[in-house]
Every structure is written in structure tokens, then in C-alpha cells.
Design a protein around this ligand. Structure first.
Ligand code: TYM
Length: 340
């Protein structure tokens, strides 16, 4: 069989299930912006169908979807250059998701650590959607034949599953139809940690607001959270090796590196030897300088929700030009009789 070549295409998504954190920004959105350009077609998605795998108040879900869209645009995603959509408005995601429910195996899904973490001791009582979540995620990606998916470290296992689903589909139906998508997990901030506990991921669902920086936090709040961030008593090292076994120090240096578009080595060359009392104000100043314009622009965009809705409507029409033919072809492969 001759190998199919696929158009270089980027897809990624974020759940509109609460506010955006610095982790979402550095691990995902900022990198989405970097990939926008002549090398790739780029499609970025608010995954509202995924969000309802845990309970979402309807008013909050609509608000969070628009706010996430505002966050994408404020951070530099250009709706002319990229396709911006909310998942529910491109029905081929859910349609291909069903096919993939029939391709993925129970054993594969049971190994998903994110499901185990989210379900915890309550596994009998969570939604079936939470269990099937990664099959829909594979559909999000493969319904575009996306070749590259920028994500944070926590999504790695889901992207491996996406490749397993594509490979099993291609094998079972004896086709070379779905690409082997490349995860793009790069940079200093693929796993931004909690400001209160360097062993825990920064997350919008952490009960402690002090553990994270929200994209809507004002300058004083950002500075205060950084000032109070947990650290150790030692000075910063001059080389990355010296951050081993110092998770909180490493996290703050990683954040500084990602915000300033430099490497950890470059940052340590500048700040090595400084105490946290000196480094934290530098980090706070940098974070405020980078994040304040984004939160200001988000607030401006949120004042015009109709404009956001128009951008999403237009995005879904453009998206369906890609997804409808791919779904039609999938149905043909599977043997679904269609319209003549
Ligand atoms: P979600 O909504 O939990 O997170 C969105 C993106 O932000 C990244 N991220 C982080 N990166 C670094 N440090 C952190 N502390 C941090 N917290 C979150 C995540 O890795 C992710 O890239 N399943 C996905 C959404 C999804 C998706 C997709 C992604 C649905 N379909 C298809 C890619 C392709 C999720 O729940 O992300």
C-alpha cells in the first residue's frame, strides 16, 4: 500500500469548564499561537461536549465557552488565520466519536490515568462520558486528519491512545486512512505545578485559589500569589542540574523561562545565586507584564459576546468543510449506506 501524505494540520482543544490558568496558557494557548503560521493549518476548539462529562451549570458553560474563546483571541489566536470552534457545533466530532467507541477497547480505557484520577473512589458513580472521554478526544483530532497536537504533559497518554485507535481502525478496515498524529509537548512549561505544592499540577479544580494564577487575576493578585508561592530556603542554582529535587524552585524558574521565551539555562545564567526574595518580584513583574494585556483584552472581548458568537459560527462552517468529507469517507469505509 502506498503511504498517504497528510496536509500538515494542527488541532488542539481546551475544556470550557472553569477559568483559564497560567498552566493552560503556558502549556497550551501560548504554544497554539506559536504554531499559527504558514507551516500548518490550525484549528483550536472549546471542547464543550467533553466539559459535560462532569456536571456543568448551563449558564456557566455558555459563559466559560465565550470566555475561553476570548482568551484564545486575546492571547494572539487570529480567527482569520486559525479556525476557532466550539466542539458541539461541528457534529462530525461526536459522530466519529461513536465509531471510535466501537474501535477502542475497554482495557485501553481502563488504563487511562486521568480517568482514574478524576473518578477516584467514585468510579461507579461518574458518567459514562467521563470513561469514554479519550475516544471522543481521538475523534476531535482525527476528524481533521490532524498531524500535530500541541498539549501539556498531562495529555500524553490520551494522544498515545489516539494513535492506537487510528492504527486499529486502519488495520481492521485494511486502509491507510487516519494519520499517526504527533503529540507536540515542548518548552519549559509543559507541566506547570501548583504554587502551593510542587508535586501537584496547577489546576482550575484545585480548591485553593492561591495554588494557581488565573488568566483573569489582576496585577495585585498575581503579585501576591507569587510572593506567597511555596519555595525552599536556598538560593537559585546557576545550572539546571541544581533544580533537581527542588520542585517548587524548578516550577518558578520554568514559569519564568516560558513567560520570557527563554530556556531554563538562560534564566539561571541571569538569576543564579539570587534568593527567592529577589527572584519572586522579578517573576511577578514579568507575569504581570505578560498577562495583564491578555486579561484586559479578554474583558474587552467579553463585553461583545455577539461578536464572539459570530466568530464561532464562522469557524464551524469552515471546520465542516474539512470534517464532513472525512466523516463521509469514514462511513463508506465502515459500510454505512449513505444518500445517493
Ligand atoms: P484541559 O482543558 O484540561 O487543558 C487544556 C490544555 O492545557 C494544558 N494544561 C497544562 N499544561 C501545563 N501545565 C499545566 N498545569 C496544565 N494544565 C492544563 C493541557 O495539557 C491541555 O493541553 N482533554 C483535553 C482537552 C481536549 C483536547 C482534545 C486536547 C479535548 N479534545 C483534542 C487536544 C486535542 C483537556 O482536558 O485539556
Amino acid at each position: 500500500m502506498t503511504k498517504t501524505t497528510f496536509t500538515p494540520r494542527v488541532f488542539s482543544g481546551i475544556q470550557p469548564s472553569g477559568g483559564l490558568t497560567l498552566g493552560n496558557y503556558l502549556g497550551a494557548i501560548k504554544r497554539f499561537v506559536d504554531m499559527q503560521g504558514p507551516d500548518f493549518e490550525t484549528i483550536y476548539c472549546m471542547v464543550d461536549l467533553h466539559a459535560i462529562s462532569t456536571w456543568q451549570d448551563p449558564t456557566d458553560l455558555a459563559h466559560n465557552t465565550r470566555e475561553l474563546c476570548a482568551g484564545f483571541i486575546a492571547a494572539g489566536i487570529d480567527p482569520e488565520k486559525s479556525i476557532l470552534i466550539n466542539q458541539s457545533q461541528v457534529p462530525e466530532h461526536a459522530q466519529l466519536g461513536w465509531i471510535f467507541n466501537c474501535v477502542a477497547r475497554m482495557g485501553w480505557m481502563q488504563r487511562m490515568t486521568q480517568f482514574k484520577d478524576k473518578a477516584g473512589k467514585n468510579a461507579q458513580n461518574v458518567s459514562l462520558g467521563l470513561f469514554g472521554y479519550p475516544a471522543l478526544m481521538a475523534a476531535d483530532i482525527l476528524v481533521y486528519h490532524a498531524t500535530h497536537v500541541p498539549v501539556g504533559e498531562d495529555q500524553k497518554q490520551h494522544l498515545e491512545l489516539t494513535r492506537d485507535i487510528a492504527a486499529k481502525f486502519n488495520h481492521d478496515y485494511k486502509v491507510d486512512f487516519f494519520p499517526m498524529t504527533e503529540p507536540v509537548i515542548e518548552g519549559a512549561a509543559t507541566r506547570v505545578m501548583s504554587l502551593r505544592d510542587g508535586s501537584k499540577k496547577m489546576s482550575k479544580s484545585d480548591p485553593s485559589d492561591a495554588s494557581r494564577i488565573n488568566m483573569t487575576d489582576d496585577a495585585d493578585t498575581i503579585a501576591k500569589k507569587i510572593r506567597k508561592a511555596k519555595t525552599d530556603p536556598d538560593a537559585l542554582p546557576s545550572e539546571a542540574d541544581g533544580l533537581k529535587d527542588r520542585p517548587e524552585a524548578r516550577n518558578l524558574v520554568n514559569i519564568y523561562a516560558a513567560l520570557s521565551d527563554s530556556s531554563v539555562d538562560q534564566v539561571l545564567a541571569e538569576v543564579g545565586g539570587k534568593q527567592f526574595g529577589a527572584f519572586k518580584p522579578m517573576l511577578a513583574e514579568l507575569a504581570v507584564a505578560k498577562l495583564s494585556p491578555i486579561s484586559g483584552e479578554m474583558a474587552r472581548l467579553m463585553a461583545e459576546p455577539d461578536e464572539i458568537d459570530r466568530i464561532l459560527s464562522k469557524g464551524s462552517l469552515r471546520a465542516r468543510e474539512i470534517t464532513a468529507p472525512i466523516l463521509r469517507k469514514t462511513y463508506d469505509i465502515v459500510g454505512m449506506v449513505g444518500p445517493v
